[in-house]
Write a protein that binds this ligand. Structure first.
Ligand code: ATP
Ligand code: MG
Length: 434
């Protein structure tokens, strides 16, 4: 059934610049041990692509003709993972080297491969030759191998051309390849921005139409993909391109409905603000935590939801917020699910926003000790920039409070109590006289 397999081009060591010193020492150990045991072993994909383009590789992946069980026998520090795509993980302290067995083409009715009705690959454990494996990779620039046996490179004939002319091109028929795995649409966007490359026309063309296929992807996988798109320094460009290709709405459906409603251009403003900051922080080597990111990006959808709940019911602000928080997570998690440990933090950070406004008094001492006080203050700061300038005085109060010594704190807390009592009394008087 399957189409012809291309033979890979071989680039001998004398004709490329990658030396063993460029490689990760742990990956090198794994390659050498596999090779010594008589197996073929290659570094593959992103790591070689990145070295050739002058980037620092994120991870070093290995491909071999050893089966996962054979790999496990060779390494004590090895565990097998994955069902859809079975892999060996070799553990070195915090570092994990991923070893995949070379994949072949699917034969009909093989128990090792499974494709659903829309063409999505549910299982991909048919093993094959390096030539077949190359064709099963996503993009031409990722179909490149470093052979530890003789330090040569092997790649599709298109790979070098595309690396040189900086083109992201899917291998094979784009529609079929996106249907097999819709996440490739997100990977196309990510690589185009990270590597400063253009999407080949045929690779780009079907994306808008096929974007809804992302709905079939497991929400925890999408959550991981969103992290790669947002936290690696290219959040602004990725967001723009995801919007252009109609992918964004499947990752952040709550935001999209608001942005489209136009009534709330503050959501778009907030989004621009957040992604700009994400990139600034990445550039300066800092990391914004996932909880900070989601607490900000879902804040306005939360406010909308609270408003709706309060017009429909007589719930207090606090109760409405609790209901709204659950609704927001439930809806967002249908597309890209936020892990519980992260959403628990976000809930606390959101609830603290209410307390910031209400508790500029003796309770402030308790609030300042809250585990997520800093994160909550960060959200408050963000809100002053996109929400309501009135919040500035609240922010200032809390900033002053954290800077103050004990005596000053006490006086600030009492001061505020006095002011409030005075306000209450005078408003009662006003009411009585009117
Ligand atoms: P980075 O590590 O910078 O995200 P990468 O290209 O190394 O980029 P990985 O997710 O580490 O990406 O995958 C390693 C290699 O596995 C890729 O280079 C590609 O050859 C192959 N690959 C990964 N995901 C897919 C996919 N969805 N479809 C086909 N091949 C894939
Ligand atoms: Mg990689």
């Amino acid at each position: 059934m399957h189409k012809k397999t291309y033979t890979l081009d071989v680039i001998p060591r004398t004709q490329h610049d990658i030396s063993r010193q460029d490689l990760d020492p742990n990956a090198l150990k794994v390659l050498l041990r596999l090779n010594k045991a008589g197996f073929d072993a290659y570094l593959v994909g992103g790591c070689i692509r990145d070295i050739l383009l002058g980037f620092e590789p994120k991870d070093f992946d290995i491909a071999t003709n050893a089966r996962p069980e054979q790999v496990r026998k060779l390494f004590n520090n090895c565990r097998l993972v994955g069902r859809r795509f079975r892999l060996a993980h070799i553990l070195f302290h915090k570092d994990i080297i991923e070893v995949a067995t070379l994949r072949g083409h699917h034969q009909d009715a093989s128990p090792h491969a499974k494709i659903n009705q829309s063409g999505r690959v549910l299982r991909d454990n048919v093993y094959g030759s390096i030539d077949e494996d190359a064709e099963r990779r996503d993009f031409t620039v990722n179909a490149i191998y470093y052979d530890i046996k003789d330090d040569s490179l092997r790649c599709l004939s298109q790979t070098v051309d595309d690396l040189n002319s900086r083109v992201i091109r899917l291998i094979g028929d784009p529609k079929t390849r996106y249907k097999e795995d819709p996440v490739r649409m997100l990977r196309a966007v990510r690589f185009a921005n990270k590597l400063d490359m253009k999407l080949d026309t045929k690779t780009a063309q079907p994306i808008k139409k096929l974007a809804p296929l992302l709905q079939d992807i497991h929400p925890s996988r999408l959550y991981d993909e969103v992290a790669k798109l947002m936290f690696t320094g290219y959040a602004q460009n990725n967001t723009q391109m995801l919007q252009k290709y109609k992918l964004f709405e499947h990752l952040f459906p709550l935001l999209t409905s608001q942005v489209q409603a136009k009534a709330h251009n503050r959501t778009q403003k907030a989004l621009s603000h957040i992604v700009e900051r994400l990139d600034q922080e990445s550039a300066s080597g800092k990391r914004i935590s996932h909880s900070t990111f989601y607490s900000q990006i879902l804040w306005f959808p939360l406010l909308e939801r609270i408003d709706d709940i309060r017009t429909e019911s007589s719930l207090s602000q606090f109760d409405a917020m609790n209901v709204a928080m659950s609704d927001i997570f439930e809806q967002h998690n249908k597309s890209a699910s936020i892990p519980k440990r992260c959403s628990n933090i976000i809930r606390e950070v959101w609830l603290l926003q209410l307390r910031f406004e209400k508790n500029k008094n003796i309770r402030a001492f308790k609030i300042e000790e809250h585990l997520y006080f800093e994160k909550a203050l960060e959200l408050l700061k963000f809100r002053t920039q996109v929400e309501d300038k009135k919040l500035l005085s609240t922010l200032k109060w809390w900033q002053d409070f954290t800077q103050a010594d004990q005596a000053k704190k006490k006086s600030m807390a009492q001061q505020h109590n006095k002011k409030r009592r005075y306000k209450k009394r005078s408003s009662k008087k006003d009411a009585a006289s009117s």
